[in-house]
Each structure stands twice: as structure tokens, then as C-alpha cells.
Design a protein around this ligand. Structure first.
Ligand SMILES: [Zn+2]
Length: 323
């Protein structure tokens, strides 16, 4: 049976980098579409082209270019950039579709080594355009660092005495489908409610005190006895962690309920068709968790609109062919 209710999103916990949310009244296909779109189809800015002028470090040019590509860049105004391939203002790259960074670090000091980090990337377009100035490397890998402002940037290379790296890096707009460096999420995953659960009201009515204690002992900490009411309850970890009831516990329940002259099948609740999805999202810092979710829903909506329009025109064509 198709679910006729409108899906809804409930945000449980939210920080700049992380978000836990629940999507209710939908099915696995929608939940998975949201997960996949967040990974692969939300645009961000990332370094795509590197011109290396000097590289006397121990890293190859390609290695360095790859590392630069993986540095997350703040992309909260990414919608205002054009994709370079579609840019109507240029044939190569311009301020409407790219941001240029320069880096020049040399180890000439008395120190043994110099560490080249994302802090050394200088936005060369920042003075020319506010839009370009909004794109900066994300130096802070952790929320904690953000609070303490103690991050020293993402390490790109280490230079020994006399070594130097001088390069120009061009950041462009892209999506994770083209290359993972454009993906705004580190992880996004969902869990559903446990497939098999007990109807605790029925179970509490059937089982004796001794049987309840025996069931708790075999439940691997999924069940507990409420000391006030002396009734069986689910452990919070069972619900919050969406873990399954152990098979031993289900077997034990069958034996105990049969002993107490009850019907084991009546106590089991099956959830073959989950309609609640508990999401956990962590971003790279390029976009806030809220922005990632908003962009994701917009992309899903756009795709559905395109599909709907396509179906409509196909239907009309077929109709004309018939009459
Ligand atoms: Zn352009």
C-alpha cells in the first residue's frame, strides 16, 4: 500500500558540522535518494587546476595537486558561481566561475623544517570580488578547534632547508559525482527501527516476575525492569541505537510465554516496511549541515519535477498516437 501521508523532517541535534534528523512517513527509496544526493549532487567549490611554478619538495606535483583538491573550501555562496563549462562570461575561467589561490612557501629559516598548510593558500581574487572572497580554505577540522581557534590548518607538505613550493591553484564549482573532492559530506547514513520488537504491554501482562527477570538476562541489555512499576521496558540504547533484539532473546521469549500459557506470535511486532529513518550527517566544513540538507532537498525536488514533466509529455505523446 502506498503511504499517503506527507513526509516530514524533524531535526534532533544540529551543529555547524553535524546534524541528526528523522524523516517520517516515507519509504526506503526516498531515504536512500536523500543520502545519495547529499553525497554526490550538492555543489561546492574545490581546487581543480594547479599551476606549479616551483616544487623542490619531496612530493611529486601530482601528489601536491591531489592534496590541494581535497582541502575543503567554504562554499556558502556556491549558488552564485557558474559551472566553468556553462560559464557565459568566459572560455577558460573567470571571476564568475572560479577563484584563484596562490601559495609560496620556502624553508630558508634556521628551523629544520617548515610545514606548508592550508593557511598558506592566499585568495588572490579576494580584493576584486566579494563573491570570490567568500571562498576560503576550511582550516578547522573539528568543532572543538573552531571553539578554541587553535587550529593550525590542514598539512599539505613539509619542507626541508632550501626547499620551496610556489603554485597557483584555481578552484571551481562541481559536484561529488564528478570527483569526491566536491562532496560536502564526510558521512551521511541512516538507520531504521528494529525489524522485530516485542509488544511490551502484552508481554508484561503474560509473564511472571521470574520470567521477566529471565528474559532481561538474555536480552543483551535491550530490555530492563523498571524498578518503580516492576514492568519490562526497553533500554534507551535499544531505541536510540536502533539495534536489533538478539535472536537468543526472541527464542527465550517464545519459551517463557509458552510456559505462561500465552501466544508468542501475538507478542511479536514486525516492522518489515520501515517508515522512519534516523539520519546522521557530518559535513566537511565546506557547507553547514543545514545548508547540505537544504541543497539536498532542493536537488531531489528538481529531479522529481523533471521526471514529472517528462512523464506528462510522454503520456501526451502516447495519447496523440492513439487518436
Ligand atoms: Zn567564467
Amino acid at each position: 500500500m502506498p503511504n499517503a501521508r506527507t513526509p516530514s523532517i524533524h531535526i534532533q541535534r544540529q551543529t555547524f558540522h553535524e546534524m541528526d534528523f528523522i524523516i517520517k512517513d516515507t519509504d526506503t527509496s526516498v531515504a536512500n535518494a536523500i543520502r545519495r544526493v547529499a553525497i554526490a549532487e550538492v555543489p561546492t567549490m574545490a581546487i581543480d587546476l594547479v599551476h606549479i611554478q616551483v616544487n623542490t619538495s619531496c612530493l611529486h606535483d601530482e601528489f601536491l595537486a591531489h592534496r590541494l583538491g581535497l582541502v575543503p573550501l567554504t562554499s556558502h555562496r556556491v549558488d552564485e558561481f557558474e559551472y566553468t563549462r556553462d560559464c557565459p562570461y568566459c572560455s577558460d575561467h573567470c571571476l564568475h566561475c572560479s577563484v584563484t589561490f596562490s601559495l609560496d612557501v620556502q624553508c630558508t629559516t634556521d628551523e629544520e623544517t617548515v610545514t606548508v598548510t592550508s593557511q598558506d593558500l592566499v585568495n588572490s581574487d579576494a580584493t576584486e570580488s566579494q563573491l570570490a572572497a567568500s571562498v576560503q580554505p576550511v582550516h578547522l577540522s573539528l568543532e572543538k578547534d573552531h571553539m578554541e581557534s587553535s587550529s593550525s590548518g590542514i598539512v599539505l607538505a613539509k619542507l626541508a632547508k632550501g626547499q620551496r613550493i610556489q603554485l597557483t591553484a584555481i578552484a571551481k564549482k562541481g559536484i561529488g559525482k564528478e570527483h569526491a573532492k566536491w562532496s560536502p559530506v564526510c558521512t551521511i547514513s541512516y538507520k531504521t527501527d528494529p525489524t522485530v520488537q516485542f509488544d511490551l504491554t502484552k508481554l508484561n501482562a503474560v509473564l511472571s516476575e521470574r520470567a521477566k527477570r529471565a528474559l532481561v538476562a538474555s536480552s543483551d541489555e535491550c530490555l530492563a525492569i523498571d524498578p518503580k512499576t516492576n514492568q519490562l521496558v526497553y533500554e534507551t540504547a535499544f531505541i536510540r541505537g536502533r539495534i536489533s533484539l538478539p535472536l537468543d532473546c526472541v527464542k527465550k521469549m517464545t519459551i517463557l510465554v509458552s510456559e505462561c500459557a500465552g501466544d508468542p506470535c501475538a507478542v511479536l511486532v514486525y516492522n518489515n516496511d520501515p517508515n522512519q529513518f534516523y539520519f546522521s550527517l557530518e559535513t566537511t566544513g565546506a557547507l553547514s549541515s543545514e545548508d547540505v540538507l537544504r541543497h539536498t532537498l532542493r536537488v531531489v525536488q528538481r529531479k522529481l519535477n523533471q521526471l514529472s514533466a517528462h512523464l506528462q509529455s510522454t503520456f501526451q505523446e502516447n495519447l496523440h498516437a492513439l487518436f
